[in-house]
Design a protein around this ligand. Structure first.
Ligand SMILES: Nc1ncnc2c1ncn2[C@@H]1O[C@H](COP(=O)(O)OP(=O)(O)O)[C@@H](O)[C@H]1O
Ligand SMILES: [Mg+2]
Length: 168
């Protein structure tokens, strides 16, 4: 498991998705999605596109295929109505030895590696959980973890930063 240290707190990163995905046809929708992440000026921030559609039309597949096309690690978070704000950011885990380790969510793992985060079935998630992502989805581009006592910024050094989410 990869680790990153932020403000003296060691974070264990999530595992990116490794499934073999192939997007067939429908090139226009793929191009439109990739266009959301184009940046021209270095002050530009990539958009956070939202995919909406009936079940089975290929939303999750498209998101994963887009990440593959850009050769970026894709971190998928499966949202539910029980998803809590801390689940989306950093979760403390008590180890056998009795010390606490902090696990970065797929959202934070994508931020820290310059990858893509797919919030799958985000429509199920509560307003409170969405609110915890507000500073990430607007121009501020950071999340705060009160549990780990740190404010996690997207590091600029990793180049293009993407965040992507979808709603069923
Ligand atoms: N354009 C496409 N290329 C390849 N597979 C597709 C495409 N559209 C849909 N599928 C397939 O259809 C199934 C359902 O797609 P999925 O992405 O899970 O839909 P959704 O997330 O919209 O409910 C998957 O098995 C996926 O592989
Ligand atoms: Mg889906």
């Amino acid at each position: 498991m990869d680790k990153v240290t932020i403000d003296g707190v060691e974070l264990m990163l999530s595992h990116p998705d490794t499934s073999k995905i192939e997007w067939i046809g429908q090139h226009e929708i793929m191009e439109r999605l990739l266009a959301c992440w184009l940046v021209v000026d270095k002050r530009d921030v990539p958009l956070c596109p939202r995919l909406i559609g009936k079940p089975g039309v290929g939303k999750t597949t498209l998101a994963m295929a887009a990440a593959k096309k850009l050769q970026k690690p894709a971190y998928i978070y499966q949202c539910t109505m029980d998803t809590r704000p801390e689940d989306l950011i950093i979760t403390p885990v008590l180890s056998e030895a009795g010390h606490i380790s902090y696990h970065a969510s797929p959202v934070v793992s994508a931020m820290l590696t310059g990858g893509i985060c797919i919030l799958d079935e985000g429509n199920r998630m509560s307003e409170k959980s969405w609110a915890s992502l507000a500073p990430l989805l607007d121009h501020r581009r950071y999340v705060e973890s009160v549990l780990a006592g740190i404010k996690t910024y997207i590091p600029q050094a990793k180049g293009q930063k993407f965040l992507f989410f979808k709603i069923l």
